[in-house]
Design a protein around this ligand. Sequence first.
Ligand code: NDP
Length: 451
Amino acid sequence: MFNNKYVEKVFNEFKLKNKGQNEYIQACQEILESLENYITNNSFIEENALLERFLEPERTITFKVTWMDDNNQIHVNRGYRVQYNSSIGPYKGGLRFHPSVNESIINFLALEQCLKNSLTRLPIGGGKGGSDFDPKGKSDNEIMRFCQAFMNELYRHIGPNTDVPAGDIGVGQKEIGYLFGQYKKIKNEFTGVLTGKPITFGGSLLRTEATGYGLCYFTDRALTYLKDDSLKGKTVIISGSGNVAIHACEKAQNLGAKVVAMSDSSGWIYDPNGIKLHYIRQIKEDRKARIKEYLLKAPNARYTESKEGNPTIWSTPCDIAFPCATQNEIHLDDAKLLVKNGCIGVFEGANMPTTLDAIHYLIDNDVIFGPGKACNAGGVATSALEMTQNSMRMTWSYQEVNRNLKQIMEDIFDSICYTNNKYSLKENDLLTGANIVGFEKIMYAMLLQGI
Ligand code: NDP
């Protein structure tokens, strides 16, 4: 698979050690493929075993979470925290509560998080955690009891200078509030140990919007630089209808794009007149209902259920695609459809939503490919801004945070472009440049800190 013997050896050992962890192996392969030439040209990486040192998490914690539902039934879930790399700062990365969560998912997310956090140039290391707990259909009290039980173990491993978790799928402001409340009770201290907190007790303005907004800032910069164009007037499709998708839609519309499709795990809607975001918010944020209900408000829209044989959202003609739901949602066939229908850019709001063969196809067909670790870094960057505000015991204005967020996203794009030029890479391949920039900083930090 690899021409470089060292990279081949490291990858084979990685596969053996992490047998059956498909998402984790996929993320590793994607990173190694793009770093291979760089590693060949920098022999000190092999001499100092820097790849092996990077690809092994510093600490992996799994724990039992026992909680009681509203009918006094006892349940047991598994909790995870992977503290992957702390060379450039305290571990930082979200918590995901979803039934699909397992070791492979948390490991791949933690690995990607390291490179993402490095790309922001802020002093944050990488980690990720979560549980196979399913918040869907649970009462507020059940969610609170689960969060408290989860924190009863997690508190031992985190701290404002050690590891600062945040939200992800299934973990929003409400869950962060319960987790924070329990940490404060146990430790008797009020610190910035979690980010994504409600504004009333240390949350940063714009954190909720940051990932989706950041995705649009990055995309707009890429279109300006690579195509002398912008999001204005573009037709956009967005998968998902959660935090990232809703705020990506909001900002894309503000910047003059027309969003025509969105989805949830049951299906997707197409509205040729442009998505009415306030209906989506009512359905998803207020009522936690299914996206299909959009048809009740917009009879001209069309709904397609997600099932084998049905067309996917990626069959919708568009200029720009924002996958914002979950991993591995754009497969090779979807990529082919996107190219056939004239898509010029795929920018990932979710983590690893595009499979490797689909990424290759998009790049080979001159589609701009923006990887999640770059495009969705606005969330963690704003979390780092929240940490700064908490340490200073200050709050910044919306305008101040927004200015910082926009600057960080543009700087990420510019650093990737600079690297692409430096190594004569394809200019639409933002993945290789992102991996080099992200890895370089961590690698030097590991080297300078000794073994
Ligand atoms: P939310 O829980 O708010 O929303 C997730 C959305 O994706 C929902 O619409 C959900 O549909 C859909 N979805 C989840 N799983 C699947 C699936 N297996 N198939 C189809 N649709 C699915 O999560 P976020 O918006 O916070 O996160 C979305 C993505 O963005 C994730 O990959 C996350 O890691 C990434 N991300 C999030 C950040 C943040 O700040 N929140 C930061 C950086 C990355 P349904 O309601 O039916 O479950």
